[in-house]
Design a protein around this ligand. Structure first.
Ligand code: PMP
Length: 353
């Protein structure tokens, strides 16, 4: 029987999934998924070691109160303005489900986090992609058209370009009939947060993650800020799918991570310093790039070289990210590692050119 004869296929949801960056085993230099090159806060380790294993017998708190409250306190918000999820991918996916339920197409840039169109497809949300300008900046005016919602990553991925608060405000203010999600996965490394706009605009949702600046990609903790009504809608959707998204270790360790502000600032500042140094190296080696405010640099050196360099580096156990897509295929996205890792990277890169 051929696939065409399988009538049940008509009833199956078939989608083209998002493809995450490789997670190679063994000792490699891994600059391909924007993880933090430094370990999590020592307080995270202590929190795990202090966890009462017997508690794993029971279901965790469905509201993850301890974690939600610690996050709310850190950002000066009410508990009812915070939502937590299994990484910001989970938070964003639930936002798509909760806030993009209309018939009109949602809007996002043509070059951005490549999970947005995947979620739109899996939830049957119509979407329209707004072209970025040639310098990869947002064309804010183009977002002032009929839509069922908007999602913008700031700083953007994979470009690293950050938009001003004025640009974001223009989009949020001009679209009060739809929810605007600002994905701030990389905001800790630069750029201006949209947090001050939260008091002014009821249609704003901001998403964050502990995966990058708090060195906890493996723990899977993300969160969102919004007004109480939007957060309630988000929780209603979550509680309609899975009450216990946040497991006990994630609640305990996530709380410890948000509370260690000194360590957070230390590793963030180190990554930012290495990024700035890496920009100089790349420039000296003939690469061009827009100014990155994230923990990666999206760089190009002439046309038609990137894939070859990506492969040559991988043969040397150095992983960067390559996107084989129009416009992007001339670029390499290089996550910022430790200074030592970047020194090896630049030494080997020179040999690949
Ligand atoms: N948003 C953007 C723009 C990202 O690049 C990523 C990382 N892939 C995420 C969200 C999701 O990160 P996480 O699920 O680890 O929080």
């Amino acid at each position: 029987m051929g696939l065409a004869d399988m009538g049940f296929l008509d009833n199956i949801r078939r989608v083209t999934p998002y493809v995450p960056g490789e997670q190679p085993k063994g000792k490699v230099i891994k600059l391909n998924t924007n993880e933090c090159p430094y370990p999590p806060s020592p307080k995270v380790r202590a929190a795990l070691q202090g966890m009462d294993i017997d508690l794993l017998r029971k279901y965790p708190d469905p509201d993850a109160f301890e974690l939600t409250h610690a996050i709310a306190e850190y950002y000066g918000l009410k508990d009812s303005q915070v939502f937590v999820g299994v990484g910001s991918d989970d938070v964003l996916s639930q936002c798509f489900l909760a806030f993009f339920a209309g018939k009109r197409p949602i809007l996002f840039p043509d070059i951005t986090y490549s999970f947005y169109d995947v979620w739109a497809q899996v939830y049957d949300i119509p979407y329209f992609q707004i072209p970025l300008k040639d310098d990869f900046s947002l064309n804010a005016e183009a977002f002032l058209r009929e839509n069922g919602g908007i999602v913008i990553a700031n700083p953007n991925a994979p470009t690293g370009v950050a938009e001003s608060l004025e640009t974001l405000e223009e989009i949020i203010k001009g679209n009060t009939d739809s929810v605007v999600i600002v994905d701030e996965a990389y905001i800790d490394f630069g750029g201006e947060t949209a947090l001050p706009l939260l008091q002014k605009y009821e249609n704003l949702i901001i998403t964050r993650t502990m995966s990058k600046s708090r060195a906890l990609a493996g723990l899977r903790v993300g969160y969102a800020f919004g007004n109480e009504t939007l957060i309630k809608c988000l929780k209603d959707v979550k509680f309609s799918i899975n009450s216990y998204t946040m497991n006990l270790p994630a609640i305990i360790m996530g709380k410890a991570a948000i509370e260690d502000d000194v360590y957070f600032r230390e590793i963030r500042d180190r990554v930012v310093a290495t990024r700035e140094r890496s920009k100089e190296h790349l420039r000296d080696m003939g690469f061009s790039f827009q100014d990155s405010k994230a923990n990666f640099i999206f760089a190009k050196r002439g046309a038609g070289q990137a894939e070859e360099v990506f492969r040559a580096l991988r043969d040397k156990d150095i992983y960067v990210r390559y996107f084989n897509k129009p416009v992007l295929r001339d670029y390499l996205r290089i996550s910022i590692g430790t200074d030592e890792e970047m020194d090896i990277f630049f030494r080997e890169l020179k040999e690949c050119l």
